[in-house]
Design a protein around this ligand. Sequence first.
Ligand code: C5P
Length: 222
Amino acid sequence: MIITIDGPAASGKSSIATEICKRLKMVPLKTGLLYRAVAYILVQELDKTINIETPNELSINDLNFIKDITYEFTDGIAHVLFKGKDVTEKLSFSSIDQIASIVSANKNVRELLLDVQRQIATKYNIVADGRDCGSVVFPSADYKFYLTATAEARAKRVMADVARKAETRTLEDVQKDIELRDKRDKERDVAPLIVPSDAITIDNTNLDFEQTVQEFLKHIKI
Ligand code: C5P
């Protein structure tokens, strides 16, 4: 079984995917973590400078390291490993947000990660969340969702995120960053963020977490 949840930044896709997985005994495939891993490895491990103007300069050769990225699911938690080393906790910093959104516009990055994602789906029943899961990666998914909320509501949730509390950003900065990422994701040439034609759209601007989960569950029959 494959369920996809696409949507703009910080709409709660990953948290909802994790919760649905708990309840339906499935495995979350947080595809954003893979793009974040590529960004992190390029900048931190390989000392590459990512140019915001020329995101397509990464060749397949430059991206050879993607074969050393693995996505594992242990004790109910998703882990991303690079050459066997767990890098998951380094991936959610806001410094990685924008770089991930820049490198994700690169067609070679997307092509290489396509295989990684599809391989994972051969091993588990998954809930995949991202930007192109229903439109490109898993076009024949059993259920497709598009989860959205206003940029302001999403920025407020990011501000409330415990893991990000140590960072000193204002609500306005966070909202601006979210809008910039959304714009890039929607306007890129390869696999842009769209509402898949056969997706169920859920707007959770005025829904709490449990209400959002219920909105999903009422559509899923297993
Ligand atoms: O979902 P998350 O915020 O972790 O994703 C980080 C970045 O990776 C996004 O801003 C987006 O640009 C990119 N991404 C993507 N396609 C996906 C998942 C994430 O382009 N399927």
